[in-house]
Design a protein around this ligand. Structure first.
Ligand SMILES: Nc1nc2c(ncn2[C@@H]2O[C@H](COP(=O)(O)OP(=O)(O)O)[C@@H](O)[C@H]2O)c(=O)[nH]1
Ligand SMILES: [Mg+2]
Length: 693
């Protein structure tokens, strides 16, 4: 069944791993009547964690989508992975949802991934709630967890539900908004019951806070509240809806996903209060290339953004679409604006986990699926006619962990290549490229776990035998002083001879300027038509330096003099002369090796700060700065790439898997001494074969 925009809500469940997201998702579907029984993580049968790799590892790796319906409202729910290796799938769900729900374990409190996700939501100005989970466990405490949230995020969470008891004595929750209590029934849907007398005061004071939050919704409500000291239930609802859409308060829920508790009040709150998609906006690029916000609006021509692409063994290619404007209809036609191609839309689907359900149309605000699309890729814009607008693509973090991989048997090269293309299409944080310089295929992603899962798939599903190794570093060579060299290329072979003489002067350029060629020939010592040959020789000479055959950079090369022969000179003669002259000059110019330096930003819990700092200094790192907020330290440093090739593994062992980092190329810097000697030694077997020799 299709739902109009007013009757759609989108919720992304996110948060640190093992906080009960997938279990909550499962119990939402169970309570919503979608599945007959809620499966446990341990059984490997949950609706959300349905892929082979998820079942094997018992963690969420991919985004999952499902929906429940209550009072005519369709609630799309997204379950996301907790590990930072799979941030890409969290980000696509944040893009699709108007409300994020962050799960926080009632015992552990706010953990590092949740802090990072909170910051990400801050960047989007996205409304969010918190669900305090596992309150059936010993040593959990709802009030203490809310205090932790308040301290870490500088917000005042507003309790929508309150727990009845905790640990072994946990009985259920009270819905403060609707003033109802719900007893946990374990395997059955929770049961409404009277609010226990001893909790009536707590409920009254929580309700007071809720009314205050509602009054923040708009000025007239605030005036009424100040005047009467209260709001009617209708006014309260209006205020809560408005204030939440504007991210003015953080609703907080109590419960135990595993014991099926706190689920009904959560669904009720979502259908009553969570943002109507119409109150949200999406990001477009206008015809002048500027980013602009457009409201989610069913009354405009259709437009939709492809947020995800996956391959299913039964249905083939699946493209997930967030409809932003208008209505997407089955059996219609639209334009893939990004590819400028017509897209025939056949059937449309929604889904419950991996199970597809056909729908006739999808209204603005909804998320659905097109199968077997010929042209759609993640981040493509699908629209009615050329609207002059395209969606801003999903902003994903850059890969931080790389591994070089090759098929053992040459015959598997193509198969491996095809697999990598598809893997990169399915997961936009996964990349691969062939590095012509080091002759390696390098695959990159957000962490070792993500890369290992890909490598496992290559070995087990694709049955390709592969070898992996740490990627090579792309060193460079440069010079540190001016030098010149003369070279005469002369050969007498049978009829025509070869003759060219050049005098080159080379001098260092600033770092990053790469290369400049200057023709300073006067009086026709070398005729103009041979100058391109000279430059070709210089470029070839620079391709392999004299220290360790790495490319030479940041050099100005000036051709100052030369000699030619009216019969024997040719472009080739000058090219060979220039190449050799360049190399001779380089040897005189005090050459040095350069290594890539990366800017590194590390996020760790404060208690690991000292260990991370000392590790960075052992890695020749230069600390640029450091900040701390919400118990998380952020360290910025410059570190040689050679020291960071296995950093995701090192950081994991220092921080028990809680740390993460961002890395980007910064600049090249000289190396000398033992470090340079080792690089040169490791390159000893590298041979350059020049075509014309
Ligand atoms: N005691 C208890 N365990 C829970 C609860 N919710 C989830 N778990 C368990 O915590 C583990 C992680 O749950 P999962 O839903 O996979 O967390 P996710 O990583 O956030 O998706 C599993 O073993 C669940 O059975 C809960 O409310 N109470
Ligand atoms: Mg999960």
């Amino acid at each position: 069944m299709s739902h109009s925009t007013d009757n759609i809500r989108n919720i992304a469940i996110a948060g640190h791993g093992q906080t009960g997201k997938t279990t909550l998702f499962e119990h939402l579907l169970f309570t919503g009547g979608v599945i007959q029984r809620a499966e446990t993580l341990e059984s490997g049968k949950t609706t959300s964690d349905s892929t082979q790799e998820e079942i094997e590892r018992k963690i969420s790796i991919h985004a999952a989508m499902g929906h429940v319906e209550r009072n005519g409202v369709k609630v799309n729910i997204f379950d996301t992975p907790g590990s930072s290796d799979f941030t890409g799938d969290v980000i696509l769900c944040f893009r699709a949802a108007e409300l994020a729900l962050l799960t926080v374990d009632g015992k552990s409190g706010v953990q590092i991934e949740t802090v990072k996700l909170w910051r990400n939501l801050d960047g989007r100005g996205k409304p969010r709630g918190v669900f305090i989970t596992k309150l059936d466990n010993d040593q959990t405490d709802f009030t203490r967890t809310l205090a932790d949230i308040k301290e870490k995020f500088k917000v005042e969470p507003v309790a929508i539900t309150l727990p009845m008891g905790s640990g072994g004595g946990f009985k259920g929750v009270i819905d403060v908004l609707h003033e109802k209590a719900y007893l946990a029934q374990n395997d059955a849907v929770e049961k409404e019951s009277p609010i226990p007398d001893e909790l009536k005061n707590a409920v009254a004071s929580a309700r007071e806070k809720l009314i205050e939050a509602a009054a923040e919704g708009d000025d007239s409500l605030m005036e009424k509240y100040i005047e009467n000291g209260s709001l009617s239930p209708e006014e309260m609802k209006t205020g809560l809806v408005k204030a939440l859409a504007e991210n003015k308060y953080v609703p907080a829920f109590a419960g135990s996903p595993l014991k099926n508790s706190g689920i009904i009040p959560l669904i009720d709150f979502i259908t009553d209060v969570a943002p109507n998609p119409k109150s949200a906006k999406d990001m477009m690029i206008d015809s002048e290339g500027k980013e602009t916000q457009i409201p989610i609006d069913p009354d405009k021509p259709v437009s939709a953004l492809v947020i995800r692409t996956t391959y299913d063994q039964f249905s083939g290619k699946l493209s997930w679409l967030k409809v932003v404007t208008g209505k997407l209809a089955a059996d219609s036609e639209a334009i893939n604006v990004s590819e400028n191609k017509k897209e025939r839309i056949g059937k449309l689907y929604t889904c419950q986990g991996k199970k597809l359900e056909e729908v006739k149309e999808l209204f603005a605000g909804d998320v659905g699926i097109i199968t077997k699309s010929a042209t759609l890729k993640t981040n493509d814009t699908l629209a009615a006619a050329d609207s002059g607008l395209t969606f801003v693509p999903l902003r994903l973090p850059e890969p931080v962990h790389s591994v070089a991989v090759n098929a053992v048997a040459k015959k598997d090269d193509d198969k491996l290549g095809e697999f990598l293309v598809r893997a990169a299409e399915e997961d936009k944080t996964f990349r691969y490229h062939f590095n012509g310089e080091t002759k390696e295929t390098v695959i990159s992603g957000m962490g070792e776990l993500q890369i290992n899962i890909i490598l496992d798939k290559i070995k087990t599903n694709q049955k390709i035998e592969i070898e992996t190794h740490v990627p090579k570093v792309a060193y460079r060579e440069t010079i540190t002083k001016k030098a010149n060299a003369e070279y005469t290329h002369k050969k007498q072979t049978g009829g025509h001879g070869q003759y060219g003489k050049v005098l080159l002067e080379i001098s260092p350029l600033a770092r990053g300027e790469n290369y400049q060629f200057v023709n300073a020939i006067f009086g026709g010592a070398i005729p103009k038509n041979y100058i391109p040959g000279v430059e070709k020789g210089v470029v070839e000479g620079m391709a392999h330096g004299t220290m360790a055959q790495y490319p030479v950079v940041d050099v100005e090369v000036k051709i100052v003099d030369g000699k030619y022969h009216p019969v024997d000179s040719s472009e080739l003669s000058f090219k060979l002369a220039a190449r050799n002259a360049f190399r001779d000059a380089m040897k005189q110019a005090n050459p040095t090796l350069l290594e890539p330096i990366m800017t590194l930003t590390v996020f760790v819990e404060e208690k690991y700060l000292g260990d991370v700092m000392s590790d960075l200094s052992s890695k020749r790192g230069k600390i640029l700065g450091q900040d701390s907020a919400g118990g998380i330290a952020e360290i910025r440093a410059e570190v040689p790439q050679a020291e960071l090739l296995r950093y995701s593994i090192d950081l994991r062992s220092i921080t028990s898997g809680t740390g993460s980092f961002i890395v980007a190329f910064s600049h090249y810097a000289p190396i000398s001494g033992r470090i340079a000697d080792d690089v040169i030694k490791a390159r000893a077997e590298f041979k350059v074969q020049e075509a014309d020799e």
